[in-house]
Design a protein. Structure first.
Length: 85
């Protein structure tokens, strides 16, 4: 996806809870690319404009999997704490 598409998709998936600031998203994308977690490639959009499209690298997929597992552990722990209240 390109940057704007990523922003729209996150907002859709979160049902409007997460609305990304374009500047913040751009900085995050730069950092992910610099760290080798995503690759960017210039391509034409559906409207025939140029945009940079991003894909996860193998390193990025591994990091995502690890962080998803860790987030799941934390969510479970928080759920247990809240149920005990």
């Amino acid at each position: 996806m390109h940057g704007y598409g990523i922003s729209v998709r996150i907002e859709q998936m979160s049902k409007g809870v997460f609305r990304l600031n374009a500047g913040s998203l751009f900085l995050a994308i730069q950092r992910l690319e610099r760290d080798g977690l995503i690759d960017g490639e210039w391509k034409p959009t559906e409207n025939n404009r140029r945009a940079r499209y991003y894909t996860l690298t193998a390193k990025g997929r591994k990091r995502l999997d690890n962080e998803t597992r860790e987030w799941g552990r934390q969510v479970t722990a928080i759920g247990r704490i809240l149920e005990a209240s």
